[in-house]
Design a protein around this ligand. Structure first.
Ligand code: THG
Length: 264
């Protein structure tokens, strides 16, 4: 299970403030903590106006890279910002994201292909998220036809089934699981990811929902997620679920996590 650390996201108030005040120490501390907690990528989302986004992304990237050496997941729908940001990264980043939207396929997919990036592919086209598994599959068919035509191998594609809150979409989790299984059957080499906390938006005790959602998603083939790696109970759940799914030879990761105090 690969972890994309979510915390450096300018739609969060504390990060918006750090960006506005150019608070380097705050960003460096969050980058360090997320890397130490076991992130495989750090999501970087400036969340600012398109005019400011390139400068803000560069500032974030330079500060993050001054303290950690894991790759970044550039979270932006703005091709101009992505083109600028990609010049600043030390390691080939993951791009978050493309979708069935023609504009994104036209302007972002060429960046992915040119630099050999991994890419998150959202199961949506215009602005609205399709309600059924069938419609999501149709969009993913179209997106994967495009990534293949651009020369991007399936194993660099991370399909995001797109998770709506279960507060207003009762079948949201079930649809996400069905989408993962159906895409996996059709495209065995693609990976999966999702913004985990979307599932619980608007409900109490969100961590409870997020954790149960994740366990079932892993059983259905989820192999990466955008989440808070500083949530120890969540990380403990991942290590334990990996063990139970037979993905932890000699229980080494589980025992190591226990020794490091993850279950305390
Ligand atoms: N799919 C893809 N990318 C994504 C998402 C997705 N990127 C953004 C988002 N969704 C995932 N990232 C975050 C980052 C931070 C928070 C949630 C998702 C977060 N939220 C707090 C909460 O939920 O309680 C509130 C904000 C705050 O702390 O101020 O921290 O689905 N491909």
């Amino acid at each position: 299970m690969k972890i994309i650390g979510e915390k450096i996201n300018g739609t969060r108030k504390r990060i918006a403030r750090a960006i506005a005040e150019r608070d380097e120490a705050y960003i460096k501390d969050l980058a360090t903590k997320q890397a130490e907690a076991g992130s495989n990528w750090l999501d970087v989302n400036a969340g600012t106006h398109p005019d400011k986004e390139p400068d803000d992304l560069i500032w974030l990237i330079e500060n993050i890279q001054s303290v950690v050496d894991i790759p970044l997941c550039l979270d932006s729908a703005n091709p101009t910002a992505l083109n600028v940001a990609i010049q600043a990264v030390n390691e080939t980043p993951m791009i978050n994201s493309i979708s069935g939207e023609p504009d994104r396929l036209e302007k972002i997919l060429p960046i992915v292909a040119k630099y050999g990036c991994e890419v998150i592919a959202l199961a949506m086209d215009d602005k609205k998220i399709p309600e059924t598994t069938e419609k999501r599959l149709e969009i993913i068919d179209k997106v994967i036809a495009a990534t293949r035509a651009a020369g991007v191998p399936d194993e660099k594609v991370y399909v995001d089934p797109l998770v709506l809150t279960i507060a207003t979409a009762n079948q949201s989790a079930v649809i996400a699981y069905e989408t993962i299984r159906a895409v996996h059957e059709q495209y065995p080499d693609v990976h999966f990811t999702m913004g985990l906390s979307n599932i619980s938006f608007g409900l109490p005790a969100r961590k409870q929902i997020n954790r149960a959602f994740l366990i079932l998603a892993m059983q259905n083939g989820l192999d990466s997620a955008i989440l808070d790696p500083l949530d120890k109970e969540l990380m403990a759940t991942i290590v334990t679920t990996n063990l139970l799914l037979g993905r932890d030879k000699h229980c080494l990761n589980y025992i190591r996590a226990s020794r490091k105090g993850l279950f305390e």
